[in-house]
Design a protein around this ligand. Structure first.
Ligand code: SAM
Length: 213
């Protein structure tokens, strides 16, 4: 069944929204306390990473660590990723997305990232050859996402087992310490991949006309 179209124009700008420059970026969604964001920006000084986190305490923790370490190529953002992505990102701007250990949404499968119409919008923001890394400790979450990639999104991907000594995020450390199987899918955007949002320009914080809804 084709997935219904995401209503991008209905998204209100996040509070205190700030536009970003139109240059290549990497984006982490649900960055938590920012462990991966700090590691990645330290290891990839040539890349710009924007780390988006919705929960205030976690965002504040990440921001504090960022101030202490001072990486100039990291920008923590306190926002819900859906409206932030719609208002901030340009088509084909993103080199890499990271979604590491997302909430499993056991009672709300429609809220899992690859089940959401929003995922098509996310793909429109990814550049050709860019990648999305999705990690989870829940085999069923990975299996469902894998099936969505085949049936709905039709994207090439690889599936990897996360090594037991990996320590990219607080949740990854916790799950691996418990001996749980952690896996990730790395999907990439092929040439000539089209979405219904490829011409949709970022809303840059503009308020949305209610009549247009
Ligand atoms: C299970 S935690 C994982 C945090 C971190 N990635 C880690 O592995 O330690 C999931 C995180 O995603 C955040 N989150 C969930 N939905 C989000 C959204 N729509 N926008 C931004 N952050 C979101 C939650 O606030 C939470 O911090």
């Amino acid at each position: 069944m084709p997935i219904r179209q995401f209503q991008a124009q209905r998204m209100h700008a996040p509070r205190d929204f700030q536009a970003i420059a139109q240059q290549p970026v990497c984006v982490e969604i649900g960055a938590g306390k920012g462990k991966h964001a700090l590691l990645f920006s330290g290891q990839n000084p040539e890349k710009q990473l924007i780390a988006v986190e919705r929960t205030r305490e976690k965002f504040l923790f990440m921001q504090k660590q960022h101030v202490l370490e001072g990486a100039k190529n990291l920008q923590p953002v306190h926002a819900d990723a859906l409206p932030w992505v719609v208002h901030a990102l340009f088509p084909a701007q993103v080199e890499q997305f990271f979604i590491l250990y997302p909430n499993p949404e056991p009672h709300n499968p429609a809220q899992r990232w690859l089940n959401m119409p929003f995922f098509e919008f996310l793909l429109s923001r990814l550049k050709t050859g860019g990648s999305i890394t999705l990690a989870s400790n829940i085999p069923e979450y990975i299996a469902e996402a894998e099936q969505q990639l085949i049936d709905v999104w039709k994207l090439p991907f690889i599936k990897e087992v996360i090594p037991a000594d990996s320590a990219r995020t607080h949740f990854e450390i916790k799950y691996l310490e418990r001996g749980e199987l952690c896996q990730q899918l790395i999907m990439s955007k092929p040439e000539a991949y089209a979405t219904r949002f490829d011409d949709f320009q970022p809303l840059l914080g503009q308020s949305v006309d209610v009549a247009a809804k």
